[in-house]
Design a binder for this molecule. Structure first.
Ligand SMILES: Cc1cc2nc3c(=O)[nH]c(=O)nc-3n(C[C@H](O)[C@H](O)[C@H](O)COP(=O)(O)OP(=O)(O)OC[C@H]3O[C@@H](n4cnc5c(N)ncnc54)[C@H](O)[C@@H]3O)c2cc1C
Length: 339
């Protein structure tokens, strides 16, 4: 276990926002969480972070931040068709996916290149190109910081939703490891019909031994063209969720905006927040050192030296504009960390 006092978090959030935390603790698995419990650490103010890819620090954090550095991968079960693989929370999700693809384990290739830790994947129910964590998570091993016990949540108990899960509103559970059910060749269920994925594959694409690698490479290529690389431009990916509204709201808006895109979502309809932000004139705009990414209006960026408060102010201005123009409320996907 490593502990740092007055730790600078700039390198631990993909926005690259400077903020101090009173104490930063790197721990390596459940035994060290038990030590922290014995030291009564969880009785004070604390939070878990992974890669910090969905966080906006608007103030210094006066508490303890814990960060898993446990990165083991272990096959728990295996048969001719599929296998159950356990990955520890501190592993970078994309490193795990690279390993899965190399081994021919299918199911997660569409999630390639999302900045995320294995621990946060079920919390956020990360998703891309028609696949979400919920499709491959069999169970999640957690540490209950209220009584120091371990517990396993089944997929159903995780209550996965759109970028949401039971854990999102229950931060008292720290994810220790995740068991993923992945498939072997012959049982892969490749999902190629989302967005422009199929057209990014070569015309000769087939379900050959190389299929997972080709999909992974195509996903990485498309993402690279569309999204800022956090190592170059700070961001947290999509800043806002796509709002789901009543069908009547969409019908009303279509009278004024006949080309407005929308998707049926059971009871309601989803409107792409990025489209509304772009229509509101924000794409490529800047406010101080924060801006709206020029290639994708859903992404807010740190143009260099932005503070968390500056990014949040920009976000609020965008929310106000969209409300004024469309009468629709958009809300952040990004988690604001403030006093
Ligand atoms: C360029 C870019 C592109 C992105 N693209 C996508 C995308 O395509 N799809 C998508 O879904 N998201 C995307 N995101 C958002 C981000 O990658 C996800 O939200 C991701 O899950 C964040 O993981 P993290 O490890 O950084 O979690 P953090 O941001 O560190 O934390 C997120 C939440 O998880 C909690 N948490 C973290 N670790 C644990 C743990 N071990 N136990 C319990 N709780 C924990 C935190 O307390 C916090 O509430 C993108 C972000 C960026 C920067």
């Amino acid at each position: 276990m490593k502990e740092y006092i007055d730790y600078q978090l700039k390198g631990n959030n993909t926005f690259g926002i400077p903020a101090l935390c009173d104490r930063f603790i790197e721990y390596a698995g459940i035994d060290e969480l038990k030590d922290l419990y014995a030291r009564k650490l969880f009785e004070g103010k604390w939070m878990s972070i992974g890669c910090g890819a969905n966080l906006l620090f608007c103030d210094d954090y006066h508490g303890v931040i814990i960060h898993s550095v446990a990165r083991q991968v272990e096959i728990r079960e295996e048969n001719d068709r599929n296998l159950l693989v356990r990955a520890e929370a501190g592993l970078v999700l994309d490193d795990f996916i690279a390993q899965a693809v190399d081994n021919g384990w299918g199911g997660m290739e569409n999630l390639s290149a999302i900045p995320c830790s294995v621990g946060a994947a079920p919390v956020q129910n990360v998703g891309a190109y028609g696949v979400e964590a919920k499709d491959v998570v069999e169970s999640v091993l957690v540490f209950d910081t209220r009584d120091g016990s371990a517990r396993t949540f089944t997929n159903a108990e995780c209550a996965f939703g759109y970028r949401n899960s039971f854990f999102k509103t229950h931060p008292e559970y720290v994810v220790v490891s995740v068991d993923f059910r992945l498939t072997k060749k012959g049982n892969w269920q490749l999902r190629l019909d989302y967005g422009n994925l199929r057209s990014a594959l070569s015309p000769q694409f087939s379900e050959s031994d190389d299929a997972l690698r080709e999909i992974r490479e195509a996903v990485c290529r498309i993402r690279h063209e569309k999204l800022p690389d956090p190592a170059v431009i700070g961001s947290a990916g999509s800043f806002f969720k796509n709002p789901v509204v009543d069908c009547a709201v969409v019908d009303r808006l279509l009278l004024d905006y006949p080309k407005m895109p929308f998707y049926e979502m059971g009871e309601g309809r989803k409107i792409p927040a990025g489209w509304m932000i772009e229509q509101s004139g924000w794409k490529g705009k800047r406010m101080g050192n924060a801006g709206v990414y020029e290639k994708q209006a859903l992404v807010l960026v740190n143009l260099g030296g932005a503070s968390g408060k500056e990014v949040w102010r920009l976000a609020q201005n965008i929310v106000d504009s969209v409300r004024e123009k469309f009468g629709v409320e958009i809300s952040p996907e990004v988690i604001k960390v403030s006093e």
